[in-house]
Design a binder for this molecule. Sequence first.
Ligand code: NAP
Length: 198
Amino acid sequence: MRIGIFGAGGMAEALGGQWSGAGHEVMVAARDRAKAEKISTRVGTWAETARASDAILLAISAPSVTEVVAAAGNLAGRILIDCTNAVGPGAVLTIPDQAERIAAAAPGAHVVKAFNLCHVDVWRMTPPMFDGRPLAVPLCGPPEAVEVVSSLVRDIGCTPLNAGGLDRARLMEATMAFTVGLWFGGHDAQACFPPLPA
Ligand SMILES: NC(=O)c1ccc[n+]([C@@H]2O[C@H](COP(=O)([O-])OP(=O)(O)OC[C@H]3O[C@@H](n4cnc5c(N)ncnc54)[C@H](OP(=O)(O)O)[C@@H]3O)[C@@H](O)[C@H]2O)c1
């Protein structure tokens, strides 16, 4: 697949590296071109990268996303993978309904919320496995786009979970803030959830 990445920080490097390793074409756009070149030899402006990509990972700081998406031009038909977390001090959400805001800023694009629930170091694992189980990655968005992003989840050795439409992305965003609060409080968030048979 032709994958674009907006941003050249930790998440761009982690997931971009995984997808390059899986044989995908990865092109990176960032405001600092030198940082983008450390992730891929294929580098362009926001608009060039968007035109050359089927799916674009939005791996930039949460408050900047809608501005960058608007600068990328016409994104109709593109899949936008929103991994952003607008979580501020005290583990509160600083921007409500982030994924839906991105969808409103990119008419005709298909936004899928994914990859926001785990720390960047988890996305560097090959594959991310815990207690012998592959990491499950929930995705919220339109079904056909979720199906495409699900294949990218499988490519990094994880199990995709179709978690509903984009209207449910706000619940993933809130879950992230809640879970960060638990982790920062020294609690094991995973211990809160019983296995399915229970
Ligand atoms: N780190 C994690 O564990 C983690 C996990 C899940 C999700 N996320 C989310 O993933 C996104 C990226 O996280 P990260 O860890 O990769 O962050 P990061 O290492 O700090 O990188 C952030 C990227 O955003 C760019 N950026 C910041 N403000 C910008 C602006 N106004 N215009 C254009 N680009 C801008 C930065 O550019 P410069 O380098 O030029 O500053 C950099 O390329 C964030 O939304 C974060 O909430 C992070």
